[in-house]
Each structure stands twice: as C-alpha cells, then as structure tokens.
Ligand binder design. Structure first.
Ligand code: KG4
Ligand code: ZN
Length: 344
C-alpha cells in the first residue's frame, strides 16, 4: 500500500508545530516558538502560549505546505496532539485540526504527545529501525517521563514521571536564581564549562535506596532546586563569590545522575537493553555524555534522534498518525477533547 500522507499539529506547550510526513519520510517540520514571549516570566505562561498558537498556526501550516509542495486535498489524514499538555494551548490545535478534518472530509487521529516523542524516531534519516520493546526517557520543560514501549500504537506503558517539576523546568529555575536568562538549559551548559561537577554534592531526588523501592521510576527535582537556592544564598551571605561554573556543573551532574539512574534501572528491571531519549533536555551536554557512559557500562543500546526531532514538533505527531494508519487503526471520532490517555 502507498504510505499515508499525514499532516501533524502540535500545540501542547510553547511550540506551534506543523509537520507533514509520508509514512516514515519527513516532508516538512515547521516550528514557531513563543519562548521569547515567556522569557521575562522565566517560564511558560499558559495563556500567552495559547494566544501565540492562535497567531502562529495558520502561517506555520501555509509554510509547511509550501515547503513540502503538498496541498491540503492530497492529505490522507490529519493527526493532532490531544494531550498531555496545557489545556488552553491544546484546544487551539485540536480546534484547528477538527475544522480542517471536517472541511476537507479527512480522517482525524488524536495522538498522545509523549508517544509522539517516541514516534519521532521513525523519521531518522539513517533509516535504522527502532527495535521494540524499548525504554524511553522523555525530558523537557513540560514533562519527565519513563515509558515502556512494546508497540508504538497499541502498547505504551507509563512507568513513572516527575512528582513535581520537570527536568527542563529545574534547569530554567536554577538558571533564574543564578541570574541567567530563559531558557536555562543551554545557559547552564555554557556556564558549566570548566566547572567541577564534584565541587558541591547536591541531592539526588528520589534516588536513595528507600525511594528506589517506593518511587523507582518517578522523579523529583524541586528539592534539588531548593538545595541549590539555599547553597547560593548561604554563599552570598558569607560574603564569598558564588562559583558559578562549579554550581552549574554540580547541579547539572545531579540532574543527569538522577535521569540515568532511573532509566538504566528500568532497562535492567525489564530486561530491555535499549534506551531512547527525547525532549529538549536531551540537548544537555552532560546528560548525553552520562547516557553514553552508563548505557555502555550496562550493555544498553542508546538511541537519540536528531535534536530537531527531540524538541516539540508537528512532524512527530504526523509520524505517529501515519503509524496508526499503517497499523489499521480507526480514526478518532470528532468529539474528543484535550486528554492524556496512553497510548495514542
Ligand atoms: O522539548 P522542549 O523544547 O519543549 C518544551 O518543554 O516545551 O524543551 C524545552 C526545555 C527547557 O526547559 C530548556 O531549558 C530545556 O528544554 N533545555 C535544556 C537544554 N536545552 C534546552 N536543558 C538542559 N540542557 C540544555 N542544553
Ligand atoms: Zn514534549
């Protein structure tokens, strides 16, 4: 059968993403971010994000069509993120997708954002196929989740997630308290260069032995953020200069350690020697380095899609829609709302 031509719409957080794929081939991936508008608040403001989607969505759609040379009539289907995410932001994408589906008389697929991150892997240009089952670690400004993926479209299990801040949020908050601009992740990476990751031993949330029994695959970063804040405050109070590079490197070390300890434990517990990474925090230099180290030591195959597919985008949603079609799934009925059930 011909591979389905699918339009994907992603508006769960601060990126308006419009993607077009044919099966597993990427044809367009247009991203319009409202990050700059959130910068002065130090984090994503839901109302601002929703308004930005409303403004950006149609121009992004037109650009994606122009770049791919695809016309709306040619599409086989439309896929849209229905959750999880910010509800006002999600509603903009879902509303637009329904309007397109009804007016064009095309099937519509509601897609889970987290599974979409996993689905992004099929768009890699090297054509190596993702081997299943796999453990997936998704870390961004909006989520920190560990998934067990047995089948992309029918069997995805949420093993654990953050009980407070997302990892990216922790980077953003710590950057802010160090006086660095938003988004904080790239700033921390920059400042950490030359710093000693062992200079300060910051806490590893939910990673102590007793936590590993109860919250084995869950994450917590708010205690870490508070510990950094207290350390910086005490240093300033004592009149000493804050060693920025050491603080950044030590904080980054803690986050990377927590993430990889949990992810590797999930791989070992389930006898699955494969780990897939996704989300904006995957850009972090130390996270990438430690992932490579720990996976090599444990005999785990590490997969990291190109960064452009790791951060929020519409192409991954289109790709998952195409997977659903190729697996023979029925389209969604048009009465779905913004929701977050797993799998798609
Ligand atoms: O996936 P993403 O683009 O989308 C949303 O969460 O909306 O992720 C953005 C997050 C931000 O919190 C940002 O600080 C973080 O990813 N991030 C990083 C790095 N680059 C971006 N965190 C750590 N190190 C980085 N180099
Ligand atoms: Zn995401």
């Amino acid at each position: 059968a011909r591979e389905p031509l699918v339009l994907g719409i992603e508006t769960s957080c601060d990126e308006t993403g419009i993607g077009i794929v044919r099966g597993t081939t990427l044809l367009a991936n247009v991203i319009s971010s409202s990050m700059d508008e959130h910068a002065r608040y130090g984090g994503v403001v839901p109302e601002v994000a929703a308004r930005a989607h409303l403004e950006a969505l149609v121009p992004a759609l037109k650009q994606a069509l122009a770049e791919s040379g695809v016309t709306l009539d040619e599409l086989d289907a439309i896929a849209v993120t229905s959750g999880p995410g910010l509800s006002g932001a999600l509603m903009v994408g879902v509303g637009a997708a329904k309007a397109l589906a009804v007016s064009l008389d095309k099937p519509l697929y509601a897609v889970n954002h987290l599974v979409g991150h996993v689905g992004a892997d099929v768009l890699r240009e090297d054509d190596s196929e993702i081997e299943l089952p796999t453990i997936a670690l998704l870390v961004s400004g909006g989520h920190t989740s560990l998934l067990l993926v047995r089948d992309l479209v029918s069997d995805v299990e949420l093993l654990g997630e953050t009980i407070d801040d997302a990892a990216g949020e922790a980077f953003d908050k710590v950057a802010r308290l160090l006086g660095l601009p938003y988004p904080g992740g790239p700033e921390i990476d920059r400042v950490a260069i030359g710093g000693d990751p062992k200079a300060i031993r910051f806490p590893r949330g939910l990673s102590q032995q007793k936590d590993m029994a109860e919250h084995r695959y869950d994450f917590s970063f708010s205690g870490l953020k508070t510990a950094v804040a207290r350390w910086v405050e005490q240093t300033r109070d004592s009149g000493a200069e804050v060693p920025m590079a050491d603080v950044a490197a030590s904080f980054r070390e803690s986050v990377a350690d927590i993430l990889l300890t949990k992810a590797v434990a999930a791989c070992i517990d389930h006898g699955i020697p494969r780990l897939l990474l996704g989300g904006g925090v995957v850009a972090n230099a130390r996270v990438r380095e430690l992932a490579a180290e720990r996976c090599a030591a444990a005999g785990i195959e590490l997969r990291i899609p190109p960064l452009k597919l790791c951060t929020d985008n519409g192409a991954m949603i289109a790709a998952l829609g195409a997977q659903l079609i190729m697996a023979g799934h029925e389209p969604s009925t048009l009465d779905f709302g913004a929701d977050s059930t797993l799998p798609a």
